[in-house]
Design a protein around this ligand. Structure first.
Ligand code: MG
Ligand code: MG
Length: 302
């Protein structure tokens, strides 16, 4: 049997989309080991943490992923099931996801899903406390299902975001990083120039995101997460170097790793992703991602 990945032309939309999604899962699996650790603790224990070995505070089996990947897969499956965008389908998919007892679920995500279960509302009110990175971390399926339509990308991204996180900084980051991934997938020739421009635009509109000089915090607060991801993605053109540097900042390392892996993967395509990491990723997760990428791209093309 031929390897399905080897049939995908290098540098194609499919290749970059798949690398973005597998990059997300790899960053999640790698980072989960050192989530909530400090850079000093990571150095003390691993020197440099660069192997997918599981463990961490969630005591994961090696190759297992966390909510960043599984919530994305649930969102993407809802788009596939509805054959297009339907927030009620997404809401039900996340209820089912939470019922299955995921290894991790952030407080803001849990509160949004519970609110929907209580009153059926698809969006929460604007809230100062919603500045976590949960909406940003799971948005890749929306990017892949709307590649042909930038307005739909923005509208659907904000809809899925406000289900749990209704906060201007979360909205701005979700759109900005989503546009970077779209650029790398759709127009790779100009994306290298556009990425720093998009980062500069984000900082111009919301100076809180300023990441140069790098403040060094990598928590789940959207500002800290985005500063860390943009700092390393812009500094390290190589997929492996970028993801390793990012997760070794610790703290919300699964999520910063996932987001760095997503953007870096879209940039490098499959050829940039180390074979040892692909092999270490749980096979069911890899297969689910391969299938979902094909299905989401079919929706984009329809
Ligand atoms: Mg996680
Ligand atoms: Mg996390």
């Amino acid at each position: 049997m031929s390897d399905p990945i080897s049939d995908i032309p290098a540098g194609s939309v499919h290749d970059r989309a798949l690398a973005a999604y597998l990059g997300l899962a790899i960053g999640d699996a790698l980072g989960a080991t050192v989530e909530f650790m400090t850079p000093r603790e990571i150095r003390h224990q691993y020197q440099v943490h660069d192997q997918i070995i599981g463990g961490g505070w969630l005591k994961l089996p090696a190759g297992e992923v966390t909510d960043d990947t599984t919530m994305s897969l649930a969102l993407g499956q809802a788009i596939v099931d509805a054959q297009g965008w339907s927030m009620p389908h997404v809401a039900e998919a996340w209820v089912e996801w939470m019922r299955q007892g995921p290894v991790d679920c952030g407080n803001t995500c849990r509160r949004g899903i519970r609110r929907y279960m209580g009153d059926g509302s698809l969006a929460g009110p604007l809230r100062e406390g919603d500045g976590g990175n949960g909406a940003l971390m799971r948005n890749l399926p929306v990017v892949l299902a709307t590649l042909g339509n930038a307005a739909a990308f923005e509208r659907c991204s904000i809809e899925q975001a406000h289900f749990t996180h209704h906060h201007p900084l979360s909205d701005a980051a979700t759109l900005s990083l989503g546009h970077m991934v779209r650029d790398w997938i759709l127009t790779p020739d100009t994306a290298a120039r556009h990425m720093p421009e998009r980062a500069a635009q984000l900082v111009a509109h919301y100076p809180a995101f300023r990441f140069d000089p790098y403040p060094g915090r990598a928590t789940g607060y959207i500002v800290d997460t985005v500063q860390t991801v943009l700092h390393f993605v812009l500094k390290e053109p190589d997929f492996e170097a970028c993801v390793v540097a990012t997760v070794n900042r610790g703290d919300d390392a699964d999520t910063t790793g996932a987001l760095a892996g997503m953007i870096s993967g879209a940039r490098s395509g499959m050829q940039g992703i180390p074979a040892r990491w692909l092999k270490a990723l749980k096979p069911q997760v890899r297969q689910a991602i391969e299938q979902q990428v094909r299905q989401l791209l079919a929706i984009t093309a329809s």
